[in-house]
Write a protein that binds this ligand. Sequence first.
Ligand SMILES: Cc1ncc(COP(=O)(O)O)c(C=O)c1O
Length: 430
Amino acid sequence: MQRISPKVSLTPAVTLSPTLAADALVNQLRDEGREIYHMGFGQAPFPAPSRLITAVREHAHEKAYLPVAGLPELRTAVAKHQHRLLGTDVDGVDVLVAPGSKLIIYALQMTVAGDLLLPTPSWVSYAPQAAMLGQNVIPVSASLSQNGFSLSANELEQTILRSRKAGQNPTKLLINYPSNPTGLTIPVDCMQEIAQVCIKHNICIIADEIYGRLTFNGGYRSISEFAPDHTVVTTGLSKHLSLGGWRLGVGIIPKAIEGLFDALSGVASETWSCVAAPIQIAAIDAYAGHDDIETFITDSTAIHTAVTQFVAGELRRSGIACFDAQGGFYVWPDFNALAANAKNNQPVTSEDLAKQLITQEGIVVLPGTAFGEAPNQLLLRLSTCDYDGAEALDYYRAHKNEFDISHVSQFAPRVSNATQGFKALVENWQ
Ligand SMILES: Cc1ncc(COP(=O)(O)O)c(C=O)c1O
C-alpha cells in the first residue's frame, strides 16, 4: 500500500475540486432522469469561434514539442494585446504559455517564496493549491457592494504588518476580478490603493484576470496599470472565448521581478513541457485583434450581462439579496437576512441551503464554503450558463437592436425556470 501525501489527502478540496464534483453530480442526476438546472459549473457556453477551429484543423498535423515558454509569435501577440487594451509596456514583460492559467497560478504559488495574502471569498482552487505546496494562507477581508469587490488598503497594510510581527512572511497577494464567485470587479480607485500598499511592502500581486475581457460596460482594467513592476497577470482563452477545454493560459510576468520568468520556465520544463502546437497556433489568432473575434467577445459579453442581470433581478424580486454582476457569469446571492426572518425550514449552513436546492428544486449550486466562507454564512455561487450558447448567440445577433433582459427567458428558459425554483424555495421558509 502506498501512502498518500497528507498535503493532498488532508486538503478536503484536493480530492475533487468542488466545481468538478458539482458537474459529476449533475450528470448522475440527469442520468437518473431528473430535470436538473445546472448552476454549479463555470463553463462558458458559446461555440468555439470558427476562425480558431479552422486554425486548429489546418495545423492538426503539427506534433512537435514547442519551446517551453510558448511559441514566440504567440507570446508577442499576447504582449501586444495587453498593450492595445491596457497600455502595458510590451518590452517590460515576458509571457509564459501554459495548459490553463490554473497551472500558472500554481507555478506562481510554488515559485514566489512566502505566505499568500488571500481575500475572502475567493476562487475554489487558490487555497487548496497553497495547501498542496505546504504554504500558509493569510486571509484578507473584502467588502462587497454594488460598487464592487473592495479591499481596504489600510486593512491590507495592517494585515501585512500584523502577520510579519507574528512571524509570518506575506510576500504575495492573489486577487481576481471580475471575481469568481461574486461577479463583482475591483473598483479602479481601490486597485490604485492596493497597488500602493503592495509597492510599499514589496508584495508580488498575482492578478487573475481570466474574466477581464468579460467586464461589462467595456471596462477591462488591470492593477498592472498601477503596479507594473509588482504584478503578474494571469489570463487565457477559457472564459471570453469559451475555450476552457483547449487548455491555453498565459502569464504576463514583469521583467522587474528578477528571476521569476526563468524560474517559472524551469517549473514548466519539468512538468507540462508545452501546450499542444495546434492550440498555440490558433491562439495567435485569438490575440491578434481580428474583427470577428472581437465581435464574438462583445456579443458574448452582452449576453452574459443580460443573463446575470436577469438572474440577480429575479432573485431580488423573491426577497433574496443579490448584487448585479459587473463581469463574468456568476452571481453571489446572500440569504442571511431572509433566513434570519424565516419561520420554517430555513437552512443553517450554505451546504444545507445547497442541499435544499438540489433535492427540492433540482438546482445545483456551489455553497459559500467552497470559496472560503464560514459554514453559517448563507451564500451561494450561481453560474448563469445553463443554456445553449450557439442558440443564444444567434438569438442575440438577430435581436441586437432591441436586446435586453426581457429576452433572456427566450434563449435561456432553463435559467429562467431555475429563478422560479429559488422563489419556490424561499416561499417554503415563510
Ligand atoms: C477565477 C478563475 N481563475 C482561473 C480559472 C482557471 O482557468 P484556466 O482554464 O485558464 O485554467 C478559473 C476557471 O474556472 C477561474 O474561475
